[in-house]
Design a binder for this molecule. Structure first.
Ligand SMILES: [Zn+2]
Ligand SMILES: [Zn+2]
Ligand SMILES: [Zn+2]
Ligand SMILES: [Zn+2]
Ligand SMILES: [Zn+2]
Ligand SMILES: [Zn+2]
Ligand SMILES: [Zn+2]
Length: 1745
């Protein structure tokens, strides 16, 4: 069956290919009924092309569709071969000057903060780079897809609308030219015809809803029984649910299910089954049944295959149309015309209308295709954009209704196109005036918020989940409203006025529904049971904030509009408050002879609401009246007389009282919802249209009424009336409330927005923002982003900060960590106001503290007097009188009185502080008045006079001034003393001013005002001070002892450091302090410099006991971390395939995977550590069982944290005395030369082999002693000798423990201490670790010695000593075997074949292994040869092999510039050696004439080896280092050679041993692999190996974003990757964190990053998550952390998550720091620390990234 079908398909294919596009087109051109003809063609072919099987075959379909379906259309359209037709069209076209590039997901977009009309105006990268905005302040974001480049749109940019590219084209086109001009009549007619038919067809088929029947004209005669079971996407079901359901319903594998789900999610639908109707229907019912339990079921349809086929083509067609109109603007216009042409059914019957109105019924893929077509057609043609906008506005209500029912996100809804239309200023204006868009939007919005209470206010309380969902969706309407209002009109027509005010009416209706919503009543007795819903109301308020502000901005622009709006707003406010005084008992308040009538109202007993948008809007408009001077120009037009001040202030006042009471803790039982509301009320996001406006309203009310009345009402609302009206009223009252009242009074008086600034007219926005910044920075220096967060943003997301910051702050650049900070300029501190109205309580006290500290540092007095304020604007001028009103003076007097008699009343210092501040403000005000005095005006502000007067009878209280004088000396008011003194001083200055102004001017004498005070007073004062000082000392002492207790906890880190120093200082004593005069220090060999052993005493960090490191004492260990490493790797693709069988004896020079050992250097007793480790393990296992939490370390893998520094560790290194001394026997005999030594060794080896064979033979069968006879043991060689192990049991145990750990980690196998490879791994780790350290030192250009931190020094010492001692706990014969094989690689023998050639051996690894395994043979040699002799010969031999290796692989390019010093001895020798090599390799080696060049390559190539060797022998033998190699210098090479007992002319080694060396070199060169290399058949590493670096990163971060946006997921065929992630080690881009790229690793599904680390970094990875701008560290499957990226903005801050969008540039230093972490193998450690610090990191599923 299946095969039949396939052949059938192929057969059809062939017949299909015979169809000729040209012939079809000709037929069409002659047709009388073209639509019918075309439909016949489509009906016949489409089912044959599309949907022929269960899976789409896009390539085949596209090919056939182009050939059979689109081809004829193109022929028809062009009237000739489209291959000629289209280029012609393109050439004739005068292209549009709009860029219009539609953004892909993740593509970078740019907006200019200086020139963009609003933040939605963006440029593509190409246009941006060619524009002037490059040099401006710009913002960069990544597109979420959809939307297009606004380059060329003159309405989008205030300046520079064109980039270079589009400017060019715009110059050629006249503005209003008809694009049809460039097309022939014929062409126009044909285009109309074909576009009309095809567009109609596409719309019909895509909106077709029948599942089993085609539209008329498309049905074919025979109908097959082939159906699809089509699954649609929704936003309700999760990925996992869909995958699970599919596996059940259509019986597919999980992989297939994931594939289906991914496509459904991306395209909106996918067929999940193909077959006959019943077969598909069955799957459908299973899916529906399975998903209908909790939610509505998944949408599934069984569709006939022909419908699916036509729909596939319909989509293809729309894309095709989009492409075709790209050739010519004329064609585009024709398509627009076709699309908008009204159909036979009248209104809403155009194709565009039809599509829009069925938007919510279409699947995702179809929507995005037609949206794209709209964007490239309607939105690119200015004429039709306008017509389309009108259609869109007319359908607005319906579209929104559909969107509300639809469950897809807004991005895939046609309603999202609003941003493209409404943000165009001319369109927005046109739509407002002609289509009444403002009103439409607001009314539509109101339509969807139906729930109201009896007063008609919104009620969110009983929202169901569905309603809440709708509420979220409906919020996008506010966004639309914002778009419409975002550009303000410059000139107003009457129409615009009328329509705006109509919209304003609708808006007021909306606000009216919010006025008083969510009322609250104080809960007494019981705590509330359920937290009431408050978020919805606040969300609404928050979203509307900008709209409210913009409404005011619009009103401010036109006087008529402002007057009307003010009237309307007042009317609505009256309506809201009608019945406000009904039923309330009026009461009369009176203080100081003033009385006022008000109502009895108590916030703590009645309902109160925090939502008062109508009052607040009125307050805003009232300020505008003042600002725009309308109030003075047209007072007759304003209803000012209708205003009732007490009514205006009532509700805002209640709101403030509520805040005060909540802060005072009176509303605790109302729960957190209230606390949250109060928080947002003051929060920077809301306060502009909430708290700020309430304050303005109070100012407004106050400016219109008697201040005494105002104060009495205020006191009454705060429940304080009784206290101030009856002087001896109770002693218990709420001080908090009084504090608040005073605070608000300060604030009200400050009159923030209503002051003039001298010479500038009003206090403008700049001054306001300056003041905000000054006060933020008074708290502490802040980073740019912190400031931005603390400042309110306008609708354009701007705070206006950049324009003023320079004036008030200095910028301090960041270091390697942290961020750049702004610091307040010293001259700005005078503007600091302690009671700044936006300070929270915490901020206020922090700022106070900081400012006082600053003053103390500058040795000034610590008074923080109120700043001098700019004068008030006339409408608010009367505000000032509140300060000298009788009631105010009474309040001040009363509080000062309390302070004087400070025991008894519930009095607080902060109360006094506020009163002092108020007095200070009054004084400042009076002083200013006097200073600005001119002849006309009389000073009516006489505060100083009033406070000098004593109270009248009956109280006869002293004057305020007198009380201040008394308080000046009060011992309990030490802190306020400076302030009181400042007040008195200012008072005197004013007095002087007054006298002067009334008499003749006298020069200023401020500064030497003598305070009244006699000598007696002075004496008393001194005594008092002494007493205070004594008390303070006592207090401090008490505090100290308390603090000391905490000190150790708090300063843990400090303590650790000292401990660390202590711990390491002992071991340091050994090194770098030469005990021998460093005339000539030799690290190895028989001439090795003798060092006297020093006692090494160390302290255990766990038990604090001291212990000497000795052979036979208890073992001491260092915490250590062993890890596999690829940091030095030259081949990242090499992975050990079968670790169980892997032979690690020889390290390949590619160094593809090494074992690195690191340590924090902390020393413990082995048994102390063991106890600690067991305890940790037990505890963790219990914890994991109980809590199921991960920890930052993996106990099961032997990981633990160093008990002192919490450094991640997984084993311990034993500390040992120098091991070489133990086995070296004194040497009396002459030491053999190389040749002799090698002969002896070879004999010994041979003997060993015979013995070994003997043994195995003995074991298997009888005896075979013939060979034994043959055996002639070399002199003094006793193979039967078993050396005694001198180490204590505990040291032996630790040798095994650490050795096994290296083996386990290095090979990734199960621990097995018996394994013969254990010693090899130990030597390897020693060699590898030395190599990494040498590399780091070279990279940093640091000298080899004297620069390592103690911990590394200690680590290398113990690691080397350990590796040298490890053979004592392994099998002797195994180690001997290793030695033999190792040596055989250089000195061939017949027993060992198939060893790697010298090109494939890392010589340093070989050296270390040979030297460290040698004692296993040497211990049986009693001939009197010293161990050092062996070391030296081995070293020389390996060095020579390395030289040959270097010469063989040196890059053979010979540069012309030769020799400073030709024909030196070394060069001649090098040349001779090279010639010898050439000869031996059969002249395969390239001829080389320059000895200079050769010698230079040898020197450069061997340097790393020599440096590593120096480190190695230094740590092995403990010979101090000559001071010359402790610094960087020119003659390093010579000093190294000398230290290593090498001749400066290395080639001498060959010459001295020429006899034996010639043979050896010959054997190395004749190797087959070497020949293959020389013949170019294989590669080899050349020397010196280049150091590995992280990849190069571009300076501009957007390059990376762009690169990532072009990156396609490698697995899901051409899809964009959602989380493109860059490996910083090798530069591979990965598709992270998604299903598509998960792979299986060791039986678990892991993400692309984790999988990549296994090959690239052997488990450790460093990535850059490009979309997030975040560095990711991974280690293994369970460990990871995020790290700050090396990209900073101009303010020295990173932008993780790319939220701020400031341009980012590479910070080289920070990138180097990351690179260093990597090179030092500290990534895992870094992760450990991050996870310890932040527990949430532990819970992340790192393996899925
Ligand atoms: Zn562009
Ligand atoms: Zn451009
Ligand atoms: Zn610009
Ligand atoms: Zn101990
Ligand atoms: Zn430590
Ligand atoms: Zn990589
Ligand atoms: Zn992928």
């Amino acid at each position: 069956m299946a095969s039949d079908m396939e052949t059938e398909v192929q057969a059809i294919d062939r017949s299909l290919l015979d169809c000729s596009a040209e012939e079809v087109a000709v037929k069409w051109l002659q047709a009388t009924d073209l639509p019918k003809e075309v439909y016949l063609h489509l009906a016949y072919y489409i089912p044959k092309i599309y949907s022929r099987g269960p899976n789409p075959a896009p390539q085949r379909e596209d090919m056939l569709a182009q050939h059979i379906l689109l081809g004829p259309m193109e022929w028809y359209l062009c009237g000739e071969d489209p291959a000629f037709g289209f280029p012609k069209l393109e050439q004739a076209n005068k292209p549009s000057h709009l860029c219009g590039r539609v953004f892909k997901v993740g593509e970078p977009t740019y907006s200019c903060r200086d020139c963009a009309v609003d933040p939605t105006c963006v440029l593509c990268m190409e246009c941006f780079l060619g524009s002037i905005h490059r040099e401006h302040r710009y913002r960069m974001t990544t597109s979420g897809g959809g939307g297009f480049c606004d380059c060329g749109d003159t309405e989008a940019w205030k300046e520079g609308p064109y980039c270079q590219k589009h400017e060019l084209s715009s110059a050629e086109t006249a503005e209003e030219e008809d694009p049809l001009m460039h097309l022939s009549e014929d062409m126009i007619a044909r285009a109309y015809n074909i576009f009309a038919i095809m567009f109609q067809y596409a719309v019909d088929i895509l909106t077709w809803e029948k599942e089993n029947e085609l539209p008329p004209g498309l049905e074919t005669l025979e109908k097959s029984d082939t159906y699809y079971c089509m699954l649609f996407n929704d936003e309700v079901h999760t990925y996992e649910q869909v995958i699970y359901t599919l596996q059940k319903a259509v019986n597919c594998t999980q992989k297939e299910a994931i594939g289906f789900a991914t496509t459904v999610d991306r395209d909106g639908r996918r067929s999940v089954r193909y077959g006959d109707f019943q077969y598909c229907d069955q799957a459908k019912s299973v899916i529906v049944r399975n998903t209908s339990r909790q939610t509505k079921p998944l949408k599934v349809q069984v569709m006939h295959s022909s419908i699916v086929a036509h729909q596939s083509f319909g989509l293809k067609l729309l894309t095709w149309l989009g492409n075709i109109i790209g050739y010519s603007d004329g064609l585009r216009r024709i398509l627009c015309q076709v699309g908008l042409q009204e159909g036979p059914d009248g209104e809403n019957s155009s194709l565009v209308d039809k599509l829009m109105l069925s938007d919510s019924k279409l699947w995702k893929g179809a929507r995005s295709v037609y949206h794209q077509l709209f964007m490239s057609s309607l939105l690119m043609d200015l004429k039709y954009k306008k017509l389309f906008a009108i259609r869109f506005a007319r359908n607005y209500r319906q579209l929104q209704r559909d969107f509300m029912e639809d469950d897809h996100e807004r991005a895939v809804s046609v309603t999202a196109l609003s941003v493209q239309l409404f943000t165009v200023p001319t369109l927005a204006r046109m739509l407002i005036t002609e289509e009444n868009l403002m009103t439409t939007i607001i009314k539509t919005f109101m339509d969807h918020l139906r729930h109201r209470d009896i007063q008609g206010r919104f009620q969110f309380e009983r929202y169901t989940a569905l309603q809440a969902f709708k509420f979220r969706r409906v919020q996008s309407l506010i966004l639309d409203l914002k778009y419409v209002l975002i550009t303000k009109p410059t000139d107003w027509s009457n129409d615009l006025r009328q329509k705006f005010l109509e919209g304003f009416d609708a808006f007021l209706e909306l606000l009216k529904c919010m006025q008083g919503m969510d009322p609250i009543t104080r809960q007494v007795g019981q705590h509330i049971e359920m937290e009431p819903e408050w978020e919805a109301a606040f969300t609404l308020q928050m979203k509307l904030t900008h709209v409210i502000s913009m409404m005011q901005d619009w009103c401010a622009l036109d006087e008529k509009v402002l007057i009307e709006a003010y009237k309307k707003c007042l009317t609505v406010l009256m309506q809201c408050h009608s019945g406000f005084t009904d039923g309330e008992q009026p009461i009369v308040l009176s203080i100081c002879g003033h009385s006022v009538e008000t109502i009895r109202y108590c916030v703590s007993q009645e309902k109160v609401s925090i939502h008062l948008p109508v009052s607040r809007l009125l307050a805003g408009l009232h300020v505008l009246l003042s600002k725009s001077e309308v109030a003075y120009k047209f007072p007759e037009l304003l209803p000012l007389s209708e205003l009732s001040p007490p009514l205006l202030i009532e509700h805002p006042l209640r709101c403030l009282v509520l805040c005060a009471q909540v802060h005072a803790g009176m509303w605790r039982r109302n729960g957190f919802s209230l606390v949250n509301q109060i928080y947002y009320y003051h929060n920077v996001k809301c306060r502009r249209e909430m708290f700020d406006k309430d304050i303005i309203m109070l100012q407004t009310g106050l400016s219109m009424m008697d201040p005494n009345h105002f104060l009495m009402i205020m006191l009454s609302r705060f429940d304080l009336y009784q206290i101030f009206s009856t002087p001896d009223y109770g002693k218990r009252f709420n001080t908090e409330n009084t504090n608040k009242v005073l605070l608000y009074l300060v604030i009200i008086f400050n009159g923030e927005k209503n002051r003039f600034s001298p010479g500038m007219g009003q206090v403008n926005a700049t001054d306001e923002i300056k003041r905000e910044i000054i006060h933020q920075l008074s708290i502490r220096p802040m980073a740019h982003s912190e400031l931005v967060k603390a400042l309110p943003e306008n609708e354009n997301k701007e705070t206006g900060m950049e324009s003023v910051i320079e004036a008030v702050a200095c910028f301090k650049k960041p270091g390697l960590t942290g961020r750049g900070l702004y610091e307040l300029k010293p001259e700005c501190t005078k503007d600091f106001n302690l009671y700044f109205y936006h300070f929270s309580r915490a901020e206020q006290s922090k700022a106070e503290e900081a400012q006082r500290k600053l003053k103390r540092q500058n040795r000034e007095d610590t008074a923080l007097p109120p700043p001098v304020l700019p004068p008030l604007s006339p409408l608010f001028a009367s505000l000032i009188n509140i300060l000298q009103s009788d009631v105010m003076l009474c309040i001040m007097g009363t509080i000062l009185q309390w302070a004087v008699e400070h025991n008894g009343y519930a009095w607080s210092e902060s109360m006094l502080q506020r009163v002092l501040h108020l007095i200070g403000m009054a004084l400042q005000e009076e002083k200013q008045h006097l200073e600005n005095l001119n002849e006309e005006n009389v000073v009516t502000f006489t505060f100083t006079q009033k406070i000098s007067k004593p109270g009248e009878a009956p109280s006869n209280s002293p004057s305020i001034l007198a009380m201040l004088e008394t308080l000046q000396n009060a011992p309990h008011l030490e802190v306020h003393k400076d302030m009181i003194r400042w007040i008195l001083k200012t008072f005197n200055a004013i007095k002087k001013l007054r006298e002067n102004s009334s008499t003749s001017p006298v020069p200023e004498t401020e500064g030497n005002i003598i305070e009244e005070g006699s000598r007696d007073k002075d004496k008393a004062e001194r005594k008092r001070k002494a007493e205070i000082a004594r008390l303070r000392r006592e207090k401090i002492m008490a505090q100290m002892s308390e603090m000391q207790r905490h000190f150790i906890d708090e300063n843990k880190e400090l303590f650790q450091q000292t401990l660390e120093e202590l711990a390491t200082s002992t071991s340091r004593a050994l090194d770098n302090s030469p005990t021998v005069s460093d005339t000539k220090l030799t690290a190895l060999g028989p001439k090795q410099t003798r060092v006297t052993e020093q006692r090494q005493v160390v302290t255990c960090i766990l038990c604090q006991e001291e212990q000497e490191v000795k052979v036979d004492s208890r073992a001491m260990v260092l915490a250590a971390f062993v890890q596999r490493s690829t940091v030095l790797s030259k081949n990242r693709n090499k992975v050990i395939q079968d670790p169980e069988k892997y032979d690690p004896l020889f390290m390949h020079p590619e160094l593809s995977c090494g074992t690195h050992t690191g340590s924090c250097g902390h020393i413990m007793h082995a048994h102390c550590w063991q106890r600690y480790f067991d305890a940790v393990q037990a505890k963790e296992q219990r914890r994991q069982q109980r809590l199921r939490v991960h920890t930052s370390y993996d106990v099961e893998n032997g990981e633990f944290l160093c008990p002192l520094c919490e450094c991640l560790s997984n084993t311990v290194i034993p500390l040992l005395p120098p091991p070489r001394g133990l086995f070296n026997r004194l040497d009396f005999s002459d030491q053999p030369n190389l040749a002799q030594w090698m002969r002896t060794i070879s004999q010994q080896i041979k003997a060993l082999y015979i013995l070994r064979e003997e043994e195995s033979a003995n074991n298997s069968c009888g005896s075979n002693s013939e060979k034994m006879d043959e055996l002639q043991l070399p002199k003094g060689f006793r193979p039967d000798f078993q050396p005694k192990n001198l180490y204590s049991e505990s040291i032996k145990e630790m040798l095994t423990t650490f050795g096994t750990a290296i083996y386990k980690v290095g090979l990734k196998v199960h621990p097995n201490e018996e394994d013969l490879r254990v010693p090899i791994m130990c030597w390897g780790s020693c060699a590898y670790t030395i190599q990494t350290i040498e590399q780091i030192l070279t990279d940093e250009n640091k000298p080899l010695f004297g620069n390592l931190p103690c911990r590394q020094d200690d680590c290398l010492t113990s690691l080397t000593r350990f590796a040298a001692a490890h053979w004592t706990v392994s099998s002797l014969s195994a180690v001997q075997g290793h030695f033999c094989r190792l040596l055989a690689s250089l000195v061939p023998n017949e027993k060992n074949e198939n060893l790697p050639c010298i090109l494939d051996i890392d010589m340093f690894h070989l050296l270390v292994s040979l030297v460290l395994s040698f004692p296993a043979i040497y211990c049986q040699d009693f001939s009197g040869v010293s161990l050092g002799t062996g070391d030296l010969h081995i070293f020389h031999l390996v060095t020579m092999a390395h030289i040959v290796q270097i010469l063989l692989t040196s890059s053979t390019e010979e540069n012309g510039m030769d020799q400073e010093n030709p024909n030196s001895e070394e060069e001649a020798a090098a040349l001779t050696l090279y010639k010898f090599l050439c000869q031996r390799t059969g002249s395969a080696l390239k001829e080389m004439s320059s000895g200079w060049h050769l010698w230079r390559s040898i020197k450069a190539g061997i340097m790393p080896f020599l440096r590593c060797s120096a480190l190695f022998f230094h740590y092995l033998n403990g010979v101090p280092v000559p001071s010359e190699i402790q610094v960087t210098g020119a003659s390093q090479f010579e000093h190294l050679c000398s230290y290593l007992s090498l001749p400066n002319n290395l080639i001498c080694l060959f010459q001295e041993n020429s006899k034996i060396m010639n043979t050896l070199v010959e054997s190395w060169c004749s190797n087959n692999e070497v020949n293959r290399y020389l013949e170019g058949k294989r590669q080899a590493i050349s020397y010196a190996r280049e150091s590995n670096k992280l990849i190069d990163l571009p300076d501009d971060y957007s390059c990376l974003i762009n690169q990532a946006s072009n990156f396609l997921c490698p697995k899901s065929g051409g899809d964009k990757s959602r989380a493109p992630t860059l490996c910083l080690v090798c530069g591979t881009m990965l598709c992270s964190q998604s299903y598509c790229c998960q792979t299986e690793l060791e039986g678990e599904d892991v993400g692309a990053c984790t999988a990549h680390t296994y090959a690239c970094g052997s488990g450790v990875g460093i990535f850059l998550r490009v979309r997030e701008c975040q560095v990711l560290f991974l280690a293994g499957k369970t460990k990871g952390c995020f790290y700050a990226p090396p990209y900073l903005d101009d303010y020295g801050e990173t932008d993780q998550g790319l939220r701020r969008g400031n341009p980012l540039h590479l910070c080289k230093e920070r990138f180097k720091k990351i690179q260093k972490l990597w090179q030092q193998h500290s990534i895992t450690e870094e992760i450990g620390h991050a996870q310890e610090a932040n527990q949430t990191l532990v819970g992340i599923d790192w393996q899925h990234l």
